[in-house]
Design a protein around this ligand. Structure first.
Ligand SMILES: Cc1cc2nc3c(=O)[nH]c(=O)nc-3n(C[C@H](O)[C@H](O)[C@H](O)COP(=O)(O)OP(=O)(O)OC[C@H]3O[C@@H](n4cnc5c(N)ncnc54)[C@H](O)[C@@H]3O)c2cc1C
Length: 291
């Protein structure tokens, strides 16, 4: 595809963008950092009649705490997340996930809204957003709705977004001082690699090895992100001893639903999901004990 054949509209404000989305009859697609879009465009997989370039909508790039929630603009880059003291203190698992996205170039260009918008089961920030109980703010010209992230995806590459809508915010619950999180990823290489398996864990600790429950979400081992609810139910069944952690890891092996593809076999993914969860729980406990 020749670049000169690509039609692009660059709105100068959010309201101009939403007005365009509500009025245009052309098949369109938003482009933010363009790191996914450029690849899909080159492969001929995404062929809208017009691209809507939102990269310059500065009002969609923010990280702030208000009304008991942390609000993140969809144009916030992975680098912004890595540098945010607020997120380091109150959403450590998201910071760890952002650190695992590609390498520095991808982190500088790629946005959290784009990571969600691509709706890949391997998107690294998505499991982290699951365990942080994220809500996605979806806007059209005249409406705004908040949807739990678990209801946002309807299949690989598919979301509930309507033609006239876009993501305008991501809201997460700040972690309390007794909540700790971790993100673990296995990719084919150290950097610039899409996850073979990833897992985000958030635990509410009480004291010692006792935990008051938590959330576990796996990526790249199913058609969408998988909340490991059977594993989660075991977290508060006693102190997190070696025996309990190994049992939880065994349950994870059964709870994930991987397929075999070019990156790994289903069996390898099951084994690695189980191993990443076990390692993640040990690491979290060590961090908690060293606080
Ligand atoms: C070499 C390479 C390595 C990579 N490594 C990783 C990795 O390790 N982990 C990982 O998770 N990803 C990885 N990616 C994928 C990509 O970098 C990320 O998904 C990134 O966050 C996408 O953000 P973007 O702003 O570039 O999205 P874009 O490419 O601009 O857009 C992606 C999709 O999101 C939609 N979109 C963007 N913003 C909005 C919005 N506000 N509302 C609604 N829809 C929106 C677009 O329409 C499009 O469908 C990699 C990509 C490359 C090329």
């Amino acid at each position: 595809m020749l670049v000169s054949n690509i039609e692009m509209f660059s709105p100068s404000s959010l309201s101009e963008c939403l007005t365009y989305l509500s009025q245009s009859s052309k098949k369109h697609k938003l482009i933010a950092g363009g790191t996914d879009a450029a690849v899909r465009m080159k492969e001929g997989k995404w062929r809208p009649e017009i691209w809507i370039n939102i990269k310059n909508l500065k009002e969609l790039r923010y990280i702030e705490e208000k009304d008991g929630c942390i609000h993140i603009g969809p144009l916030t880059t992975h680098t912004d997340i890595l540098r945010s003291d607020l997120l380091k203190r109150k959403a450590d698992v998201l910071v760890e996930a952002a650190r695992e996205v590609g390498a520095t170039q991808m982190q500088n260009m790629g946005t959290i809204g784009g990571n969600i918008g691509t709706a890949s089961p391997a998107g690294d920030t998505i499991p982290a957003l699951y365990v942080l109980g994220a809500l996605i703010e979806i806007s059209s010209l005249n409406t705004k709705r908040l949807v739990p992230i678990e209801q946002f995806f309807i299949g690989p590459g598919r979301t509930i977004l309507r033609e006239n809508e876009m993501i305008t915010g991501i809201l997460i619950q700040p972690q309390h001082p007794n909540e700790i999180g971790i993100f673990q990823k296995l990719g084919p290489r150290k950097a610039q690699s899409i996850s073979i398996v990833n897992v985000a864990i958030s635990l509410k600790m009480i004291e010692g090895k006792h935990c008051h429950g938590g959330k576990i979400a796996f990526g790249s081992v199913g058609p969408a992100i998988i909340r490991a609810k059977k594993c989660e139910s075991l977290l508060s069944q006693g102190p997190l001893t070696e025996e309990l952690i190994q049992n939880i890891a065994k349950v994870a092996w059964k709870e994930v639903l991987p397929i075999t593809d070019g990156r790994a076999t289903a069996l390898y993914r099951r084994d690695m999901a189980s191993a990443l969860l076990e390692r993640g729980l040990y690491r979290l406990l060590r961090r908690w004990e060293n606080r």
